[in-house]
Ligand binder design. Structure first.
Ligand code: ZN
Length: 215
C-alpha cells in the first residue's frame, strides 16, 4: 500500500509536507502531538487544515515530553531565547522530542500498515536543534526498523531547503496563500505572519521576504 503518515503540527513546514505527501502517496494520514507546547492553538489549526484536505487527523497526547525536562517551549515561566547561543542549543529545544515523536509515529503507522513517515525537519536553516539533522533522522530510521522488524522510510522533503526555498515549494504546490494565512508557526501562538519576534517567526518571515524579493 502506498500510504504515508505525516507528522503534522499545522505550521508552515509540516503543512507544506502534508501537501507534498498528497501529491506522492495514494493515501495519507496525519498525526498531531500535544506535548505541552506553548503554542497549543496549533492543534486546532492543524485540525482545520486536515479537514480541508480530507485526510484522517489524529491527536496523540505526548505531554510526558513536557514533564521530562524544562524547555522554554513547554514552560511559560522560562523566557525564550531569541537567538541561537554559541555552542549550545537554544532553550526552545525540547530534549528528546523528535526521537520520541518519531517513535510514537512509527508505532501508529505500523498499526495502520503504513511504512512511509513524513516529517518537516530541516537542517539548512539550522536552529541549533540536533534532532533536526539528517544524520539523526537516518539513524533513528535504522533504529525504528530494527526495533520493530519493519521497513519504515522517513521522508524529509525540507531537509536541504532554506526557508525561502520552503516558501518556493509551497508556491509550486499551489498552496502559497494557505501556508501564509492559515498555518501557525509562531511560538507565541499567533497564526499567519505571527508575532514577528519569536525565533520561529523570524525564520519564517525572513524566508518569506527573501522569496518575495526574487518572485
Ligand atoms: Zn512569533
Amino acid at each position: 500500500m502506498n500510504a504515508a503518515l505525516v507528522l503534522f503540527s499545522g505550521g508552515q513546514d509540516s503543512t507544506t509536507c502534508l501537501y507534498w505527501a498528497l501529491k506522492r502517496f495514494s493515501s495519507v494520514r496525519t498525526l498531531c502531538f500535544r506535548y505541552g507546547q506553548r503554542h497549543s492553538p496549533e492543534v486546532e489549526t492543524a485540525r482545520k487544515i486536515a479537514e480541508k484536505t480530507r485526510v484522517p487527523f489524529q491527536v496523540l497526547d505526548a505531554s510526558i515530553i513536557g514533564q521530562l525536562a524544562d524547555s522554554s517551549l513547554t514552560n511559560n515561566a522560562i523566557p525564550m531565547d531569541e537567538e541561537v547561543p554559541d555552542k549550545s542549543c537554544p532553550n526552545t529545544f525540547v530534549p528528546g522530542r523528535n526521537m520520541l515523536l518519531l517513535t510514537f509515529a512509527a508505532v501508529i503507522a505500523r498499526a495502520h500498515g503504513i511504512k512511509h513517515l513524513v516529517t518537516g525537519v530541516s537542517q539548512t536553516d539550522f536552529s541549533g536543534y540536533p534532532d533536526c539533522r539528517d544524520t539523526f533522522i537516518r539513524s533513528v530510521n535504522v533504529s525504528l526498523n530494527l526495533s520493530m522488524e519493519e521497513q519504515f522510510v522517513i521522508h524529509t522533503p525540507l531537509m536541504w531547503l532554506n526557508k525561502a526555498q520552503t516558501w518556493q515549494l509551497a508556491d509550486e504546490l499551489g498552496i502559497f496563500d494557505i501556508i501564509r494565512n492559515e498555518t501557525l508557526t509562531c511560538y507565541n501562538g499567533i497564526p499567519g505572519d505571527g508575532c514577528g519576534h519569536c525565533p520561529a517567526c523570524k525564520l519564517r518571515n525572513e524566508g518569506l521576504k527573501k522569496y518575495l524579493k526574487t518572485h
